[in-house]
Design a protein around this ligand. Sequence first.
Ligand SMILES: [Zn+2]
Length: 244
Amino acid sequence: MDYLKQMPLDELLEKCSAYGIEKILSITVNPENLERVLDLARVHQQIYCTQGVHPHDARLFEAETKEQITANCADPKVLAVGEIGLDFHYSHSAHDIQIDVFEQQLELSVQLNLPVVIHSRDADDEMIASLKKFSGKIRGVIHSFTSGQKLADFALQEGLYLGFNGIITFNSAQNVRDVLDQTPIDRILVETDSPFLTPTPFRGRENAPFYLPLVIQKIADQKNLPVEELIKTTTQNAVNLFRF
Ligand SMILES: [Zn+2]
């Protein structure tokens, strides 16, 4: 992909295999990359993908976008609707548009019987309000979880997973580690959020799945659990949710 500037994709996939990472869920974020990411998944056996429009680009979501997502979700390499959600930190799209587009895509996930990958930043109350409308119908993960305990508790009650990544290795992220402490191991997913959020001590480099062992190690230390147990459980969590 465009952002893989430091390493050719084939080399990256080989390195992932060497680190025990067998399957990759690649995320779409806007109408332009829906097709491109699906093409990658079709070509590379290890890559699976989502289909969805990120809150940053909610203003670009049109009726045809919804049709395209629906059609592409019929492909067996598409495992989820995402990433969708609310981002009131950057507010690249107006809040009412973000909420509308988020809820349209939640509805779509219910119709298609697919899980969702949710992005949520500085919109905890609005996120809870939208999710409440679909209570009991949604399966999914709130990825890169940095929200408050109230949203975490609500999400866990609803049976959602919380996604943790390199952020938990940052000194500044005590609030995220506090939420992690309260999250049962069978509700945790690990992720990269590549190309962002590379774990310590490699901050500043482009992120990639082969840095995941650093995230796993940190969670294991934080929860005082053997690394092997954490790998086994979080892998099973991902299989249960995405049906890899
Ligand atoms: Zn995100």
